[in-house]
Write a protein that binds this ligand. Sequence first.
Ligand code: PLP
Length: 395
Amino acid sequence: MISKKMEALVENSSVIRAMFEEGKKMADLYGAENVFDYSLGNPSIEPPDEVKKAIIDIVTEENPMDIHGYMNNSGYEEVRREIAVSLNKRFDTAFGVEHILMTVGAAGGLNVILKTLLNPGDEVIVFAPFFGEYRNYVNNYDGNLIVVPPDTKSFLPNLREFANRISERTKAVIVNTPNNPTGVVYSENTIKALAEIMYKAQDKFGTSIYLISDEPYRELAYDGVEVPFLTKYYENTIVGYSYSKSLSLPGERIGYLVMPGELDDWEEIVHAANVANRILGFVNAPSLLQKVIGKCVDVPINISQYDRNRKFLYDALSRCGYEMVKPEGAFYLFIKAFEKDDVAFSEKAKKHRLLLVPGSAFGCPGYVRLAYCVDYDMIKRSIPSFQALAKEYYR
Ligand code: PLP
């Protein structure tokens, strides 16, 4: 009885989610300490104490009718102001309340902006490897996803292939830096080159092409690496942010969109995004969490645990003969499988109780993703399994 469109979506439903469920079953079977689950990007660092304090303070001190009621579909003004002020301080921008829309996480924000922009058949360009859900989000509004093949040396966007694919049908381009699944951070030079291609294409086709910067990992950058703020390089940029990873709140579903005043047709876009937030059924982002964010915008984030995991795993796996680009951000490693068939490789990994997500879930076969937002001791215990897996190929 379900729709044809849903039938296909259910059929291709998330490999990552399926693996997460499988991990739980394996834990029952072999004991949780003997299963090495690297499948899901679920933060392993507790939310900062300030989040808990903010929740308690808000529910004890503020008017419940205000905390739990409906508000403007774009969110509480005072919260959006706090976010704008914080962004302006950090990135030397000039945002106001009117440029910020509170969303149900990054996923909610992406759906709002794609609903706002896309006509059926419009093309949205992504760079492989990419967060697999982009395919579904674009499909929700009958857009066509155009995939730029990967540059597997650097895992930076393959700009030559990008220039070949951008066309009069291109409505939007999605980038994600720091990147899931590679952990790569795009340098300023890369972003400038990407912006130049987009400006040229806009001129050539006389169209507006929007750059959607999906950045739930913005704060997760290591070794002091800079994550450039994209609105500074390309005027038609919309930023999607989420607190899922930075404040470890993925279940709470809270984030925002930044729609700068420089956007072509800014007024219509902002108004339509507000309506999209409502009619997609979100209505507004969760009210209590909005207020929590209002109090926590500038809370410092400690990513030292992720950094320790990153360094340990990168060194240990390199010693076992695995190849990967050293990640500078997020909490993922994207390693080359020892055979072309990444699904077969991850099945072999399961025999060693390692749960790794095939790269084909990210449009990049031949690789697997590890999410290292896990317990450090689990990583240590898992190394013999990685060694045993490598030995299956190199006896
Ligand atoms: N975009 C990317 C690149 C992600 O990795 C994720 C989640 O893992 C999301 C969006 C969705 O984030 P949220 O939980 O805030 O909706």
